[in-house]
Design a protein around this ligand. Structure first.
Ligand code: NAD
Length: 709
C-alpha cells in the first residue's frame, strides 16, 4: 500500500469544536498547570495556554493521516508549528479547515513526511491560528518522491538564559487525554506493550504544553496572548513521572529558541523549539481589530469606479484590505473611457485611512487582465481576493441583436472574468490562498426579455465557477458567485424608481465581503442578494425515471407518457461534479433501494444488512491485484462473525470464521454500523481502541477504498 500523492491539496474540514472555560482549564491541568499559574486554571480572569490550539485540530490530524493513506502502524508526530493571528477566547466554537500540503520521501526504509496545515476560525469571526503539522510515516519511504528541504538549526553555544524544571505526574496522560487525544497508547498497558513500550507513554503534545507554559513564564509572563509563533520537533518519547527541563535562549526582542530534556537521562524530547511574540502595544492593535478583517490582504475589484464595485472596494479597505480599484471609466454600453471613476474611489479610500491604487485597464482584453493583476503585485506584493464585477449592457431582442452587441457584452462579463482570473489564480497558487467572486444576474439564472447576450454571459460565469471550484480547491482558492439586485446606473431603466432607496448597493457588500474572507466556508455557491435579503440559488436535478426496458431505446411515446415523473423535482439533488451526476444516473438502473439510488445513506443499517450489501458496495475497479481475507468479529446482540474474501477483482461474503484471515477486525455492532455510515472516523476508532485490528494492519487500510456504502 502506497501513500496517496493525489491527497495533496484535497480539502479537509471544516471540523468544528465547541469549548468553554472548563475545557480550557482541563487542558491546563493536563499540561501541569496549578496554583502557581492560576490564570490558566481559574475562570476568574482566565487565560488560554497557546498550545490549547492543538486540541482544536486533533481530528484534523487524524484525517490527514488517513487521507494520505499512510501506514498507520508507522506514524509519529514529527513537527508542529502554530502561528497565532489573534488571542484565543476562553469559549466559543472553533472551525478548522485545511489540507495535506506536501508529501516528502526520506528514502527506502527511512520513511516519508506528510505535511498538512489547517486554519482555525473562531465563532467571533476571527482567524485565531494556523497549525502546520509534519507526520513522520516510518513505514512509507522509498516511493521515489522529492526529499524534504533541509532546515539548519543551531542552539547558541552559551548556557541557556532560562531553565524551567517540571515534574509531570505518573498519571499525567490520564488527565491530558480528556482534552481529546484518547489514543490507547497513552492509557492501555497492553496496547503500549504491543507497541514496544514498557507501559503507556506521555503524549508528545502534553510535553509540548508543559514546554509552552515554561516559555510563556520566562519570556512574557502572564501574557500568553503575545505569542505569535510556536514551533517544535518531537524527538523522543517519555514515560509519565519522569522529570523534564526546558532550556530557553533569548535571541532578540520577540524571538527565542528552546528545547525540553528528559531531566534524568539528558535526552532531548522536544527539539529545535522556536518562539516569537509581539509587544503589548502590537497586541492591543490586534485586539482592536474585531470581526471579519482583511489586514495584510490584497484585493482586486474590477469595475470598482461606480455602483456595486465601488462599495465593495470601500468596504474592503475599511476592514484593512489593500485594494486595486480597476475601472475603465466608460459608459454603460462600454463605449468611452476615463480615469476619473477609479481615481475618485482611490482618493476616497485614502481619505478614510486605507490603501488603494487605481487601474484603468480593460478587462475585455488579455493584456488588460494581466495588467490588473500586475498592478496588485507591483503595488502590494501579493493577491488574495478577486472580485469580477465589471459589466456593461447592450440590450436588444435577439432578432435585433447585431454581433457587436453580442460580442462586446460577452467580452466584458465572461471573457473579462477569464482574462483577470487566469493570472490571478497563478498568483494565488503561490501563497496557497485565494477568494474569487463571480457576478451573475437574475437575468442569467432565470431569463429577462431583451438580454440574451447578457444572460448568456452571466450564466456562463456560473459554468466557469462550477469547474474552477474543482480546479482551484487544492490551492485553497474558493470561488463563489453573487447575483445582486441593486440600484446603479446599469439598472436605472430596469428597476422601479420607487425602490431605488431600498436597493442601495451597500446591501450587497456584506455577502460579498463574507465570501471574500478567510471565514468563507464554501466554494461553488450562487447567492442572490438585494435590500438585505439573501438566498442561495442552485442547479438541482429530480430523481427522474428509467423509461422503457433496461438496455433498449424507448419510443418517444413512452417518454411522453412518463413526463410527469421526468419533470418531478421532488427529492431533487444537487451534484458537485458531472461525474457524480452520471453516477446517480447509473444508480437509477441498479436494484438498490430508493434511498441509495438518490445518493443518500440510510440513517442506520443492521450488521447483517451491512454484510448483505457488501458485494453491492464493492469497488471492483479498486481491487486489481488485491488478494485478502478480512475477518470481521462484531460483538453485541446485533453482531456475529463474517469473512470477506477479495480475489481477482471479486468479493465474496460468508458468515462464520475463516481459518487464516489476512486481517481481523474486531468492533462492537454499534461502532461498526456508525463507521460504515460515516459517523465514526476509522482512525479515531482505531486510536481510541473502539476498533481493534489483528494480523496485517496495512491491509485494513484497503477497506475504505474497496467499499463505498
Ligand atoms: P455600474 O455600471 O454602476 O458599474 C460597472 C462598472 O464596470 C462601471 O464603473 C464601468 O466603468 C466598469 N466597466 C465596464 N466595462 C469595463 C471594462 N471592460 N473594464 C473595466 N471596467 C469596466 O454597474 P453595477 O450595477 O454596479 O454592476 C456591477 C456588476 O453587477 C455587473 O457585472 C453587473 O452585470 C452586475 N449586476 C448588477 C445588477 C444590479 O442590479 N445592479 C444585477 C445583476 C448583476
Amino acid at each position: 500500500m502506497a501513500l496517496d500523492l493525489d491527497s495533496i491539496g484535497k480539502k479537509i474540514g471544516p471540523l468544528t469544536k465547541d469549548y468553554d472555560w472548563r475545557d480550557v482549564v482541563l487542558y491546563a491541568l493536563g499540561v501541569g498547570a496549578g496554583f502557581d499559574d492560576l490564570e490558566y486554571c481559574y475562570e476568574d480572569k482566565l487565560k488560554v495556554i497557546p498550545s490549547f490550539s492543538i486540541g482544536a485540530v486533533f481530528d484534523f490530524l487524524a484525517q490527514a493521516a488517513i487521507g494520505s493513506n499512510a501506514n498507520l502502524a508507522g506514524i509519529l508526530h514529527g513537527e508542529q508549528e502554530i502561528v497565532f493571528h489573534n488571542a484565543i477566547p476562553t469559549d466559543g466554537t472553533l472551525s478548522s479547515t485545511g489540507a495535506i500540503t506536501n508529501i516528502y520521501d526520506k528514502g527506502d526504509n527511512k520513511g516519508a513526511l506528510v505535511l498538512a496545515e489547517a486554519d482555525t476560525v473562531h465563532s467571533n469571526g476571527q482567524k485565531l491560528f494556523t497549525n502546520y503539522f509534519t507526520l513522520f510515516c516510518r513505514k512509507d519511504g522509498g516511493f521515489g518522491g522529492d526529499p524534504a528541504p533541509k532546515e539548519d538549526f543551531d542552539f547558541p553555544e552559551r548556557q541557556p538564559d532560562f531553565e524551567e524544571d517540571a515534574q509531570p505526574s505518573g498519571d499525567q496522560p490520564l488527565i491530558y487525554r480528556l482534552s481529546g487525544d484518547i489514543f490507547a497508547l497513552h492509557v492501555n498497558p497492553d496496547f503500549a506493550k504491543a507497541s514496544g513500550f514498557e507501559k503507556p507513554i506521555m503524549h508528545g503534545l502534553c510535553t509540548h504544553g508543559y514546554t509552552c507554559r515554561a516559555v510563556v513564564k520566562h519570556l512574557f509572563p502572564g501574557q500568553p496572548e503575545l505569542m505569535t509563533r510556536f514551533k517544535v520537533r518531537f524527538s523522543r518519547t517519555l514515560y509519565p513521572g519522569v522529570p523534564i527541563k526546558t532550556q530557553i535562549w533569548k535571541i532578540s526582542e520577540g524571538k527565542a529558541v528552546f528545547r525540553t530534556l528528559n531531566a534524568d537521562s539528558g535526552e532531548v524530547v522536544i527539539d529545535r523549539g522556536e518562539v516569537e511574540w509581539i509587544s503589548q502595544a502590537e497586541a492591543k492593535i490586534r485586539a482592536s481589530r474585531t470581526g471579519i478583517r482583511f489586514d495584510d490582504q490584497v484585493a482586486i475589484v474590477t469595475g470598482a469606479g461606480a455602483g456595486l464595485g465601488r462599495v465593495y472596494a470601500l468596504e474592503l479597505a475599511k476592514r484593512g484590505a489593500k485594494v486595486v480599484v480597476n475601472d475603465l471609466g466608460g459608459t454603460t454600453d462600454g463605449s468611452g473611457s476615463g480615469q476619473g471613476p477609479a481615481d475618485e474611489v482611490v482618493a476616497q479610500i485614502k481619505a478614510q485611512g486605507g490603501e488603494a491604487v487605481a487601474s484603468y485597464a480593460n478587462v475585455a482584453t488579455e493584456e488588460g487582465g494581466r495588467a490588473i493583476v500586475d498592478t496588485a503585485v507591483q503595488a502590494f506584493g501579493r493577491l488574495d481576493i478577486l472580485i469580477n464585477n465589471a459589466g456593461i449592457l447592450r440590450d436588444k431582442t435577439l432578432a435585433k441583436m447585431e454581433p457587436a452587441a453580442w460580442d462586446s457584452v460577452l467580452a466584458v462579463h465572461l471573457v473579462g472574468a477569464y482574462n483577470v482570473t487566469r493570472p490571478a489564480l497563478q498568483k494565488m497558487k503561490e501563497t496557497n490562498y485565494g477568494r474569487i467572486i463571480m457576478t451573475t444576474s437574475a437575468a442569467g439564472l432565470f431569463g429577462n426579455f431583451g438580454q440574451t447576450n447578457y444572460s448568456a454571459a452571466k450564466l456562463g460565469l456560473v459554468g466557469f465557477m462550477n469547474t474552477l471550484k474543482l480546479e482551484s480547491e487544492k490551492y485553497n482558492v474558493l470561488v463563489n458567485t453573487v447575483a445582486p439586485v441593486a440600484a446603479t446606473r446599469l439598472t436605472e431603466e430596469l428597476l422601479p424608481p420607487d425602490l431605488t432607496d431600498k436597493l442601495k448597493p451597500e446591501f450587497i457588500a456584506p455577502l460579498v465581503l463574507f465570501l471574500s474572507s478567510e471565514q468563507c466556508p464554501t466554494s461553488g455557491g450562487i447567492y442572490n442578494a438585494g435590500m438585505g435579503h439573501f438566498s442561495r440559488a442552485a442547479i438541482v436535478t429530480g430523481p427522474g425515471v428509467v423509461v422503457g426496458k433496461d438496455g433498449q431505446v424507448p419510443e418517444p411515446e413512452a417518454v411522453a407518457a412518463s413526463m410527469s415523473a421526468i419533470c418531478s423535482i421532488d427529492q431533487a439533488q444537487e451534484f458537485e461534479t458531472a461525474t457524480l451526476f452520471l453516477g446517480s444516473m447509473l444508480d437509477a438502473f441498479s436494484q438498490k433501494d430508493s434511498s441509495q439510488a438518490s445518493g443518500s445513506k440510510p440513517a442506520k443499517l443492521s450488521v447483517a444488512k451491512i454484510f448483505a450489501k457488501m458485494p453491492d458496495a464493492f469497488n471492483a475497479d479498486k481491487a486489481a491485484g488485491v488478494d485478502v481475507v478480512f475477518q470481521y468479529c462484531i460483538s453485541g446482540s446485533d453482531g456475529g462473525d463474517w469473512f470477506v474474501t477479495i480475489k481477482d477483482g471479486t468479493c465474496a461474503v460468508e458468515q462464520g470464521k475463516h481459518q487464516a484471515p489476512t486481517t481481523t477486525i474486531k468492533m462492537s455492532a454499534e461502532d461498526f454500523s456508525a463507521m460504515i455510515m460515516g459517523k465514526l472516523n476509522a482512525m479515531q476508532a482505531y486510536t481510541s481502541g473502539k476498533l481493534k485490528i489483528e494480523g496485517d494492519l496495512m491491509k485494513s487500510q484497503l477497506i475504505e477504498k474497496l467499499f463505498n456504502f
